[in-house]
Design a protein around this ligand. Structure first.
Ligand code: PEP
Ligand code: MN
Length: 337
């Protein structure tokens, strides 16, 4: 449930309410908005039935959160959350761009791509060192060696790093190198992994599972927040449908809908969502028009030779051209790129 405080509630009154709720064995999360402070209460709320919290000084009203997800819901926090990645803000007016190869293949290639996407306007470099592949015989990623390349390229270019962590046992290692921990679509319901990244101090990029409903997606984000990590970015990356002309069906309905339901930032991955490089630019425009807070795009200098996902990777000059076109779309919907 949420306790909405009066605009004139004092710190002493707020502290008193928190103390009382904690004594009942419940967890509190305080969200300070511009106009109102809200206290979210998580746990077995039945004990509160006998405690008339409305009677406490400073309380305006007490409301149940009817949705199964609590901390991620707009009811809990009405204003947008902004995730700060070492100065790059995701969820504000400026649209965040993450770009880079599907997999980290070599230091030289990563540096080349990083320099080009940075010049085109991307602030965050993507690249997988641990790859979730359908076949055990496909390239599985360079592991820690790939993470080191990412860190070296960060040192040279100043770009921030987003990279996938697939296993609870690797979280400590990956967080040494990454600025954002990516949980991939196939792990969206790996609840132990969600709990583990929820304990991290690093922001989390949670991708929607390929067959996950929006409710399931938000419940997974709830795991991350419930473990204490409020810096969670959601990513729509396409879902399985009957349509097989594209790799997945990019569910752009999800963007405005998720933004109604949650305060967390939402970004879109049109590379995986379509599986075709020539659909990436139009769907990126559509994503921004639909209200996405950012994009994550695969870029490769030589897609023909890519170790993974070449067919959906843009060559750097096409990425650059797309970025120029996206600026106009961003401006048209009151955003910046
Ligand atoms: C990726 O970003 O490279 C990736 C594997 O994405 P997803 O988990 O969405 O398939
Ligand atoms: Mn990929």
């Amino acid at each position: 449930m949420i306790i909405v405080l009066r605009p004139d509630a004092t710190k002493k009154q707020i502290d008193h309410i928190i103390e009382k709720v904690k004594k009942l064995g419940l967890k509190t999360m305080v969200s300070r908005g511009v106009e109102r402070t809200i206290i979210g209460v998580i746990g077995e709320e039945d004990v509160l039935r006998v405690q008339p919290l409305e009677a406490f000084p400073g309380v305006e009203k007490v409301m149940p959160i009817l949705k199964p997800y609590k901390l991620v819901s707009r009811e809990f926090k009405p204003e947008n959350s902004i995730v700060d990645v070492e100065g790059i803000k995701i969820g504000g007016k400026k649209i965040a761009i993450m770009a880079g190869p599907c997999s980290v293949e070599s230091f030289e290639m990563l540096l080349e791509v990083a320099k080009k996407v940075k010049k085109a306007g991307a602030g965050i470099l993507r690249g997988g060192a641990f790859k979730p592949r359908s076949s055990p015989y496909s390239f599985q990623g360079l592991g820690e060696k790939g993470l080191k390349f990412l860190m070296d390229v960060k040192k040279e270019t100043g770009m921030k790093i987003v990279t996938e962590v697939m296993d609870t046992r690797d979280v400590k290692m990956v967080e040494k190198y990454a600025d954002i921990l990516q949980v991939g679509a196939r792990n969206m319901q790996n609840f132990n992994l969600l709990k583990e990244v929820g304990l991290s101090k690093k922001p989390v990029l949670l991708k929607r599972g390929i067959s996950a409903t929006i409710k399931e997606f938000l419940m997974s984000a709830e795991y991350v927040l419930a473990a204490g990590n409020f810096n969670c970015i959601l990513c729509e990356r396409g879902i399985r449908t009957f349509e097989d002309a594209t790799r997945f069906t990019l569910d752009l309905n999800a963007v405005p809908l998720i933004k109604q339901l949650t305060h967390l930032p939402v970004i879109v991955d049109p590379s995986h969502g379509t599986g075709k490089w020539d659909l990436v630019s139009p769907m990126s425009k559509a994503a921004i028009a639909a209200g996405a807070d950012g994009l994550i795009i695969e870029v490769h200098p030589n897609p023909e030779e890519a170790y993974s996902d070449g067919e959906q990777s843009l060559v750097p000059y096409k990425f650059d051209a797309m970025m120029k076109e996206l600026k106009a779309v961003a401006k048209a919907v009151g955003r910046e790129l």
